[in-house]
Design a protein around this ligand. Structure first.
Ligand code: PAF
Length: 281
């Protein structure tokens, strides 16, 4: 497994691979890898000759009071997982190599980037889109893999690829869950055992909405209310949002019969967790 530490090194390694007619799959991550990441890697391995995983805790997607400093950094353990998952190249740049202090060019994600998580994390999607654009330019992958758990990120990045004509195909992989339903996230490791138990309320509330939808409920407000009611069973839970929206525009829907994204975000203690459910048309 090749480990590249600078954009220049990575760029030239990928250029050589492309010249050898290899298809490249990129899995962008911030490290602290779990089985959800490994499912993205498995999808990339199935479709591409060479799998590149980037590990970069991107400072520009964290707000001033967020967990950039505390974000878990587990590089050695990550590399072991990547090696056994059959990854070919790891790109692990230093922060000042990727985001130079004199950077003035950013990807503006517009209104779309201010919806859902973008409402409570105003600079988040600009930071995500800019770093993913840089990764796309450095690696120039044929395909890139993202998790459905970050549903708003998926909408923003799909739009960026379309609006800026990136020649890359995005693949979105299903949410990977623990046996008890908790969506896998690097932030789950912040939870105390008691909080870990309480965190199940996110997937439980979505399951309530899913079962109502399966029984034929298509009124978005009714589905939202059912989730909010489930949340009232944990008086300590601090809600960010419960949204029933179009998966591409992230705009609220009144009716879900043509498909919908139901997304939730809440703080359990000091940890902000997200989860979602896609209703088919
Ligand atoms: O989903 C993530 O881990 C990050 O937002 C990403 C896409 C790697 C960009 O930093």
């Amino acid at each position: 497994m090749l480990i590249c530490k600078t954009p220049a090194e990575m760029h030239s390694a990928c250029k050589n691979l492309r010249n050898a007619n290899k298809t490249l799959g990129l899995v962008p991550t911030m490290g602290a890898l779990h089985d959800g990441h490994l499912s993205l890697i498995a999808a990339a391995r199935a479709e591409c000759d060479v799998v590149v995983v980037s590990i970069f805790v991107n400072p520009t997607q964290f707000g001033p009071n967020e967990d950039y400093a505390a974000y878990p950094r587990t590089f050695a353990a990550d590399c072991e997982k990547l090696e056994s998952a059959g990854v070919h190249v790891v790109f692990a740049p230093l922060a000042d190599e990727m985001v130079t202090p004199d950077t003035t060019t950013f990807v503006d994600t517009g209104e779309l980037g201010s919806r859902l998580d973008g409402a409570s994390r105003p600079i988040h999607f600009r930071g995500v889109a800019t770093i993913v654009a840089r990764l796309f330019n450095i690696v120039q992958p044929d395909r890139a893999y993202f998790g459905q758990k970050d549903a708003a990120q998926v909408a923003v990045l799909r739009r960026m690829v379309r609006d800026l004509n990136f020649p890359v195909q995005l693949t979105v992989c299903p949410i990977y869950r623990e046996a008890d339903g908790l969506a896998m996230s690097s932030r789950n490791r912040y939870l105390s055992p008691e909080e870990r138990q309480r965190a199940l309320i996110l997937s439980k509330a979505l399951a309530v909405a899913q079962s109502l939808a399966q029984q034929g409920e298509s009124n978005a407000e009714a589905l939202r209310s059912a989730i909010l009611e489930t949340f009232t069973t944990d008086p300590q839970l601090r809600l960010d949002y419960v949204a029933v929206v179009h998966p591409d525009t992230l705009l609220p829907l009144a009716d879900t019969s043509h498909g919908a994204l139901i997304a939730v975000a809440a703080w359990i203690g000091t940890t902000r967790l997200i989860d979602n459910l896609l209703l088919p048309a």
